[in-house]
Design a protein around this ligand. Structure first.
Ligand SMILES: [Fe+2]
Length: 554
């Protein structure tokens, strides 16, 4: 990747803007960036609502000398109602799989909405939030065991970056060193050295090296050449036409850290015979405690016309013990945790023409409505919330918690813990890694055997890479913090994400993997992009046995 001149980056940062990875790369390709940056900064200054993050299209506009378009990236403070940064994450066209078997009896009955309820309508712009229930807390539930306890292990750190070249360097060195350490714990990686540290020799010999994949080129002949890098230098690696390696080569992602073994002469090139990823060893589980349930959800999209209000209200009633019977009701009464992995609201200005699809067009009111719903959940259920790309937040990963200025009513709820993305929490001793899952947009298309109908498969691959977003510079903007918080370390007991609006549950080496779908039917935008969601299905994990099942509220 071409790196732009330091002076150019510094001018942009000093003016209060950030650069997306794609814009960073585009700037690096410009032979004479200064006049374009002059035009860019002048255009931004003249813009009424300049973006916070510079994207390639802003550079294009600057090159053509036209006004900077308002793309909706307001600065985080002071807060204003209006557009938010970032585009909606999307999944490609996919047939919808049949719904997973639900826990019987399924809580699908939706009692009539109380007469005093006010609901959002397409024309109810800026109307009172559609609180579906009387605004009072439900009565306490019968005590069933110990109260839930959320311990925050990470996810509340300050997120600040300057975006200098030095920051990028520190970020990637930190990623390399931490994943190298994880790799070195593998028995089959013993004896490996950094890829720039192979002892020179004029004879062919075996070697195992660790490096970050910085390029990968495939040739018509079937041969593949890649480059590995460590802080000391670079090594070219060549894969022959080895059928056994084919799948592993296809699986190799840019910017992930791997160990390769093979033969080398001189230490400058290596012919690879195997690839090892950091991976996870079989995750041991905590000693079984008392029966307790964690309910995992995400992508509620309150404020959208396609928010599945009736199904979501049925879900809330189920959590209150008013819906369902027998075993289903017992699970509800023993639910101690509700985890929401982002996109609580639909936001404003997230994708083209979104306004036409909003029932609540004011972001503050979207959060008021969300808090109204969550306040109806019994207070003994601990709720953990992280942001998604539709929420009011900085668009880069790691993402801080949803801005309090927008979501004050949520912060006022006693049983709610607001965290950033990613977050690691312990729910009564069971660790849960929560991320919105935006990187799935980048990872799924680049991995063999992965697709948007089964997002849990790509999540297992992220565990294998021990990183939440290995490729840098794709659709997921990554903040180059000095410590790469997207490295998965330690390995959680449960890995929870959302974002693709398709639920899926599986297990990988003892780690429960859950993608929690959505509460939104297909939007016009999703229709135009060929996205078929699978909403209204909720994964539930019993925390003493790790038994996982799904509830269908459709
Ligand atoms: Fe979403």
């Amino acid at each position: 990747m071409e790196i732009p001149a330091r002076s150019v980056i510094e001018r942009i940062l000093a003016s209060g803007y950030q650069l997306s990875p794609a814009a960073f790369e585009a700037l690096g390709r410009l032979a004479d960036p200064d006049p374009i940056v002059d035009s860019l900064l002048a255009g931004l200054e003249a813009s009424e609502n300049p973006p916070l993050v510079i994207e390639p299209q802003h550079l294009e506009h600057a090159m053509r000398g036209v006004a900077i378009p308002v793309t909706g990236c307001p600065a985080p403070a002071p807060p204003v109602a209006g557009a938010l940064p970032a585009a909606a994450g999307v999944a490609p066209s996919a047939p919808t799989a049949p719904p997973a078997p639900a826990l019987a009896p399924v809580p699908v009955a939706v009692p009539a909405t109380p007469a005093q309820a006010v609901t959002a309508t397409p024309d109810a712009e800026d109307a009172a939030p559609p609180y579906p229930f009387p605004a009072v807390r439900p009565p306490p539930r019968p005590p069933l065991g110990k109260p839930g306890r959320v311990e925050v292990l990470s996810g509340s750190e300050a997120c600040s970056i300057e975006g200098t070249i030095e920051d990028f360097k520190k970020h990637f060195i930190n990623r390399f060193e931490r994943l190298q350490k994880v790799l070195m714990e593998r028995a089959d990686v013993v004896g490996a050295v950094g890829c720039s540290a192979i002892p020179p020799s004029d004879k062919w010999g075996k070697a195992k090296v660790i490096g970050m994949v910085t390029s990968k080129r495939e040739f018509k002949s079937g041969a593949v050449i890649a480059e590995l890098e460590d802080p000391g230098g670079m090594l070219k690696i060549t894969f022959g036409r080895d059928e056994r390696l084919k799948h592993k080569i296809a699986r190799l992602m840019i910017d992930e850290v791997v160990c390769v073994s093979g033969r080398t002469k001189g230490g400058r090139d290596l012919i690879v015979d195997d690839i090892m990823w950091p991976d996870v060893s079989e995750r041991s589980r905590p000693r079984a405690g008392e029966e307790a349930y964690a309910v995992l959800t995400s992508d509620i999209h309150i404020g959208s016309k396609t928010f599945m209000r009736e199904s979501f209200e049925a879900f809330i009633r189920w959590l209150r013990g008013e819906n369902g019977s027998g075993r289903s009701k017992e699970v509800a009464l023993k639910t101690k945790y509700l985890v929401i992995a982002g996109d609580l609201v639909d936001g404003v200005g997230i994708y083209p023409n979104q306004e036409a699809e909003l029932s609540i067009k004011d972001l503050y009111k979207q959060y008021e409505c969300a808090a109204g719903y969550l306040s109806m959940i019994p207070e003994d259920i601990q709720i953990v919330i992280i942001p998604g790309n539709h929420d009011a937040c900085r668009p880069t990963l790691p993402t801080p918690p949803i801005y309090k200025d927008y979501a004050a009513p949520l912060y006022a709820l006693k049983n709610v813990t607001m965290l950033g993305d990613p977050a690691l929490v312990s729910l009564g001793g069971v660790s849960v890694l929560i991320t919105h899952g935006r990187s799935l947009d980048d990872v799924i298309p680049s991995l063999p055997d992965c697709n948007f109908r089964e997002p849990h498969k790509a999540m297992a691959e992220l565990l294998k890479s021990r990183h939440l977003c290995p490729p840098y510079g794709g659709k997921t903007p990554i903040a180059p913090e000095a410590i790469d918080r997207l490295v998965i370390d330690p390995v959680p007991h449960i890995f929870h994400a959302g974002h693709v609006h398709v639920e899926g549950v599986s297990e990988y080496r003892g780690v429960v993997i859950a993608n929690s779908g959505a509460w939104q039917t297909q939007t016009e935008y999703q229709l135009s992009m060929g996205i078929v969601p699978k909403p209204g299905i909720v994964p539930v994990v019993e925390l003493s046995t790790f038994k996982t099942f799904e509830l269908n509220f459709n």
